[in-house]
Design a protein around this ligand. Structure first.
Ligand code: ZN
Length: 314
C-alpha cells in the first residue's frame, strides 16, 4: 500500500478490513487486524499488554459497530506482543495453531515484569530495557487458544472466508498467516517485519523462505506485516531475499569455523544494512548455524545474551 501513512491507530483497508498499527514497529510494537461482515468480527492478534490492547479495542468499537463483541480472535503466534491482551477478548473463540498453543505458556509475563522493573547490569540490562521497559506487564494472564489446528483452517466471518495457513516453525514454533481472499489482504504476523531485521526464534530458515513464497503465491494486494508499515508483495519478496542472502553469507563463515557472533560482525549485509534492531542479526546467524548442524545458541535466554553482547560490540 504505497503512500499509506504509518501512524498509530486503526487504518481502514476497504471491504470491511482494517489494520491497527503501532509505530515504530520495533521490539514489542506489533500490528493487529480486524475483519468484519455484518455483525460478525474477527480480530487478528492482541497486543503486548492490557493498556495497549484495551486502547486498540476502544478504538475499534468506536469506529466499527461489529467490533463491540469480537466473535473470533486469531493469534498468529505465541510471542507476547501478539497474544498477551487475549484476556480482554476471552469471550471470543480464540484460534491458533496447535504449536502456538503449546508454546504460549512458555514465558510468564511476571518474569518480564520483574526483569523490566529491575534489569540486570550491563549489556543484557540495556537490551531488556529497550525491549520491555515501554510496556506494562502487570495483571496479564496468558489465555491460550480455545480452538487449535494444524495445516490449514478456513474460518467464516459472516458470509466471508478467512483462510488460516500454518507456515511455521519459522519465526516461532507455530506461525500462522491469515488470508482474506475476497479483499486481497494477508495478515502475516511476524513472518514479515517491514523495516526491521526479522528474528528467528525457531527456524529452520528454509521454512521462513517457503512461508514468504507461500504468501507471494496468494497474490494479495495488501500485506499487513507483524511489525512496520503496511505494504505489498514486494516487501515479502525482500524478506525472502534477506534470508537467502543471509544463508549465502553465513554458510562459508560457519564452515570456516567462525563463531556465530564473529560471523554476524563479518558478513556483508548488502541492501539490508540499514534495517532496525540490528542485534537480531546474531540470532539469525545462529539459526543458520543450527540449520547446518553446527553448534549455536537456541534457547531464548541464550539468544538474548548473544544479542546483548553483539549490540554493545558492533
Ligand atoms: Zn511481534
Amino acid at each position: 500500500m504505497a503512500g499509506h501513512p504509518y501512524t498509530l491507530g486503526l487504518h481502514a483497508l476497504g471491504e470491511g478490513t482494517w489494520a491497527y498499527l503501532q509505530p515504530d514497529g520495533g521490539w514489542g510494537w506489533s500490528n493487529a487486524g480486524l475483519v468484519v461482515d455484518g455483525e460478525a468480527s474477527l480480530l487478528v492478534d492482541t497486543l503486548f499488554d492490557l493498556k495497549l490492547t484495551g486502547a486498540m479495542l476502544d478504538t475499534m468499537r468506536r469506529a466499527v459497530p461489529a467490533a463491540a463483541a469480537i466473535g473470533t480472535v486469531v493469534n498468529t503466534h505465541a510471542n507476547g506482543d501478539h497474544c498477551w491482551g487475549n484476556q480482554l477478548v476471552r469471550d471470543a473463540e480464540i484460534v491458533g495453531s496447535k504449536a502456538c498453543a503449546e508454546e504460549m505458556g512458555g514465558l510468564p509475563p511476571a518474569l518480564l515484569a520483574a526483569l523490566a522493573a529491575a534489569p540486570p547490569e550491563g549489556p543484557a540490562g540495556e537490551l531488556i530495557g529497550r525491549m520491555w521497559a515501554p510496556f506494562d506487564f502487570d495483571g496479564i494472564e496468558v489465555v491460550p487458544p480455545t480452538t487449535t489446528f494444524e495445516g490449514e483452517l478456513t474460518l467464516r466471518v459472516g458470509d466471508r472466508d478467512v483462510h488460516l495457513i500454518e507456515v511455521g516453525p519459522a519465526h516461532t514454533a507455530g506461525d500462522v498467516i491469515a488470508h482474506v481472499p475476497d479483499a486481497g489482504i494477508v495478515y502475516t504476523g511476524d513472518i514479515l517485519f517491514n523495516g526491521g531485521h526479522p528474528i528467528v526464534w525457531a527456524g529452520p530458515v528454509a521454512n521462513w523462505v517457503a512461508a514468504c513464497d507461500r504468501i507471494l503465491a496468494l497474490e494479495a494486494v495488501t500485506v499487513v506485516p507483524g511489525h512496520g508499515p503496511l505494504c505489498g508483495p514486494a516487501e515479502v519478496a525482500a524478506q525472502r531475499d534477506y534470508f537467502t542472502h543471509l544463508v549465502d553469507e553465513v554458510t562459508p563463515r560457519a564452515r570456516a569455523g567462525m563463531s556465530p557472533r564473529d560471523a554476524a560482525r563479518d558478513l556483508d549485509l548488502g541492501p539490508y544494512a540499514a534495517l532496525g534492531e540490528p542485534e537480531r542479526l546474531v540470532a539469525n546467524v545462529a539459526a543458520v548455524y543450527r540449520d547446518l548442524g553446527l553448534d549455536a545458541p537456541t534457547a531464548a535466554a541464550d539468544l538474548l545474551a548473544e544479542m546483548a553482547a553483539f549490540a554493545t560490540s558492533a
